[in-house]
Write a protein that binds this ligand. Structure first.
Ligand SMILES: *Cc1c(COP(=O)(O)O)cnc(C)c1O
Length: 345
């Protein structure tokens, strides 16, 4: 088989959710947008339900509709993009809870689905989604009279604990919501780690569940094993791959492995990244192609059947560093061509 295998450790996922839940005295939801950060929203969500999750978050109503099929009627499914034009039937039929983020959305929702649950998203300084303070002041009375399920906001700099933006947003959130008598939520993974002032009634971790920074103590969830298609000897002075960008300095053994940038292994990480054959680190050489990558296995005693890009030796965040990006982007770029294998759960 010439496709790589993405192994998703559902026990590690559960352990990460429990560890984040244990850091707070409040409820802990789970963010499963973008197909569970690339790992498969169905399996991820069903596993987290067993661990005790009752409130999920997705980005778009379409994601919520798919998730509803996977988790059944009971869990709450909250939609960050709120109630968009055209979403009404899906929100109603699939029992989704839109996090309304503008006056337009509030009007649309109460006109189209007056008795249907909703939450409210406030902007506390990130300037991405949510009502600003004057808008909120104008409609809070009417909105609160309709019993929103949740009032939430999002932190822009929570992965930098010392950033002054964190206490500033916290203060604005207090000003906008103290005394409203509705459950409140401010913290994603980074916010949980900022401490109890940020926890309110419900937290919304995403990346930490999947083993990514800023949750440094996370258990790794994703493993990626890539089969070797062919190996060959290359004499000193010969070149490998597109553009002749790698030249053998010594007689070398080169393995060609079956994954590439079409599978989310960004071309930009080529010069920095290695893979592992058992315990041995083997450098990626030459340019990363669409479906293939060259690896220097000269120092191994035998040709491996596969090599590991993600796993115990190399985390999502180490791979992200090599590509000049963040773990979130590595996870969500993981290709659809991988065979996905779930372990535990
Ligand atoms: C993506 C997202 C989250 C989850 O963030 P993580 O950093 O992955 O924990 C929470 N809330 C909102 C509004 C989001 O967009």
């Amino acid at each position: 088989m010439a496709t790589a295998t993405l192994t998703i450790d559902l026990d590690a996922l559960t352990a990460n959710w429990r560890a984040l839940d244990a850091q707070t005295a409040c409820d802990t939801g789970a963010v499963v947008k973008a197909n569970g950060y690339g790992l498969g929203a169905d399996r991820v969500a069903r596993t987290l339900m067993k661990a005790g999750v009752r409130r999920f978050f997705v980005a778009a109503a379409e994601e919520g509709a798919a998730l509803r099929q996977a988790v059944g009627p009971d869990p709450e499914i909250n939609v960050f993009s709120g109630h968009m034009a055209g979403d009404t039937d899906m929100i109603s039929d699939m029992g989704l809870t839109p996090m309304l983020n503008s006056l337009d959305q509030i009007l649309r929702h109460v006109e189209a689905l007056p008795a249907h649950p909703f939450g409210i998203q406030l902007d506390t300084g990130m300037n991405r989604l949510g009502l600003e303070a004057p808008e909120w002041a104008a409609v809070a009375g009417m909105v609160l009279g309709r019993n929103p399920t949740l009032v939430m906001s999002h932190l822009a700099c929570a992965d930098e604990p010392e950033h002054p933006m964190n206490p500033r947003q916290l203060a604005v959130f207090h000003q906008m919501t103290d005394g409203i008598g509705v459950p409140r939520s401010l913290a994603a993974t980074g916010g949980i780690l900022l401490g109890s002032d940020y926890h309110f009634d419900l937290t919304r971790p995403g990346v930490g569940l999947y083993g990514g920074m800023p949750f440094v103590d996370a258990a790794p969830v994703a493993g990626l094993a890539i089969p070797v298609i062919q190996t060959r000897g290359v004499a000193a002075g010969e070149t490998v791959g597109y553009g002749n960008s790698w030249i053998a300095e010594r007689d070398s053994q080169i393995a060609t492995i079956a994954a590439g940038y079409a599978d989310g292994i960004f071309r930009a990480m080529g010069p920095e990244i290695s893979v592992f054959a058992g315990e041995a680190r083997c450098k990626v050489i030459g340019r990363i192609s669409m479906d293939m990558i060259g690896v220097d296995i000269t120092d191994l005693n035998e040709s491996p059947a596969f090599v590991e890009l993600l796993g115990p030796h190399q985390s999502v965040d180490s791979v992200a560093r090599a590509a000049g990006t963040i773990g979130y982007e590595i996870l969500t770029a993981l290709g659809q061509r991988y065979a996905r294998r779930y372990r535990g759960g």
